[in-house]
Design a protein around this ligand. Structure first.
Ligand SMILES: Cc1ncc(COP(=O)(O)O)c(C=O)c1O
Length: 401
């Protein structure tokens, strides 16, 4: 039974959770199994190898944890750090704020580097802190790759360059929750020590699996890290990896089969093609926003996000009203403005199992809603700008040529 049924497919354009592909839904439609039989370890073993590809790592050790992105954060922190450790953390929006809150509640000594919402991490401040830290008191740098609240993507290769420039041994911990599998992400090349994501974002699975990947350096750090951890302890996972049974506790069988199907779809399309598709979705959305005469919350092009666009509304309009109407009248789900930007922005999520024509439906909906709330937009203007770009840039579908 549907609560608040509406005909047709809901246009789910929040930046996660996203639509689940039919192939994945079908793969998950199965009974429970004995996870101690040989089948589930065999499946898990291959999944652990394949999941490394989405992080672009060969040396990392992945953990498929029954949790959400928030639990994945906790896993990354508690396995590598000790209470009192000094860490640098960038506050650029609601999700980096929540991660910082968790870091503080776990009793780390958090050196917060704050930016205005809509701006990226202040890497010049990082440079001066690294330069001053000759005693290496900084144990980790924590950064959200793509701040989902503002649509800001940070430049991770620059962070790595700074760490190398100052020969600083700090661990490099990255939240890739709304970037991995959608925005270029290179764990090994960028020397990331812990990278993490959640199943309900670009992987297009149900919520419930946190995927954390640890570098050899992070695994080494976990041997001496003193933070209390039980459920998230990597040691327990590794013990069962070595036994070949893989699971310290009961996995969700359905999510494992779902992950298999989700990875198959990503590999069939090609990870680079997936990333390119997100580039087109991001660019098309930004062109529409510009055509509507509205501003992107993201202040500079270098930070534009290809998975989420936060659109600033004129001061006389409450963006929550736009989100409410979208759902009530057009069966379109948009993202609310969060915290500091509540009422001021609405967000268009353009990630996961999504194609360009679906996006145009969303953009057409946004135009009608803008008109509904009294913003003088010309119907079709954003769709025209986006489709003019898309018509020139959508490639042929490889399997259909
Ligand atoms: C960048 C980022 N990090 C972390 C989280 C938290 O993930 P979860 O809600 O799955 O715990 C989110 C959720 O949207 C997110 O966007």
């Amino acid at each position: 039974m549907d609560y608040m049924y509406a005909p047709g497919k809901n246009h789910l354009f929040v930046p996660g959770p996203v639509h689940i592909p039919d192939q994945v839904i079908r793969a998950m439609n199965r009974n429970n199994e004995d996870y101690r039989s040989p089948a589930v370890p065999a499946l898990t073993k291959i999944l652990l190898e394949d999941v490394k590809k989405i992080f672009k790592t060969t040396s990392g050790t992945p953990f498929l944890i029954p949790t959400t992105g928030t639990g994945a954060w906790e896993s990354a922190l508690t396995n590598t750090l000790s209470p009192g450790d000094r860490i640098i953390s960038f506050l650029i929006g609601q999700f980096s704020l929540l991660w910082i809150d968790q870091q503080q509640r776990l009793n780390f000594n958090v050196d917060v580097v704050e930016s205005d919402w809509g701006e990226g991490a202040k890497l010049d401040v990082l440079a001066s802190k690294l330069a001053a830290d000759t005693a290496h008191t900084i144990k980790a740098i924590c950064i959200v790759h793509n701040e989902t609240a503002t649509g800001v993507t940070n430049n991770l290769s620059k962070v790595r360059k700074l760490l190398d420039e100052y020969r600083h041994p700090a661990l490099f911990l990255v939240d890739g929750v709304s970037s991995i599998c959608a925005i270029d992400f290179r764990m090994d090349e960028w020397g990331i020590d812990v990278a993490l994501t959640g199943s309900q974002k670009a992987l297009s699975l149900p919520t419930g699996m946190g995927i954390v990947c640890a570098s050899p350096k992070a695994l080494e750090a976990s041997k001496t890290a003193k933070s209390v951890r039980v459920f998230f302890d990597w040691k327990d996972y590794i013990k069962f990896y070595n036994l070949g049974t893989f699971w310290p506790y009961t996995p969700s069988i359905q999510l494992l089969y779902g992950l298999r199907a989700a990875l198959d779809l990503i590999f069939e399309e090609g990870l680079e093609n997936v990333i390119e598709r997100h580039r087109r979705l991001g660019k098309a959305t930004r062109l529409a926003v510009e055509a509507w005469g509205l501003k992107n919350c993201t202040q500079k092009e270098e930070w534009f996000s290809d998975t989420v666009t936060a659109v600033i509304v004129p001061p006389h309009i409450n963006s929550s009203e736009i989100v409410r109407r979208a759902w009530q009248r057009y069966n379109l789900s948009l993202g609310l403005g969060l915290n500091k930007v509540a009422g001021k922005v609405f967000r268009i999520g353009h990630l996961g199992h999504l194609n360009e024509l679906q996006l145009l439906g969303c953009l057409a909906g946004v135009e009608m809603i803008l008109k509904d709330v009294g913003y003088p937009v010309k119907l079709g203007s954003g769709v025209a700008a986006a489709s003019a770009y898309l018509q020139n840039n959508i490639p042929m579908i490889p399997s259909r040529i």
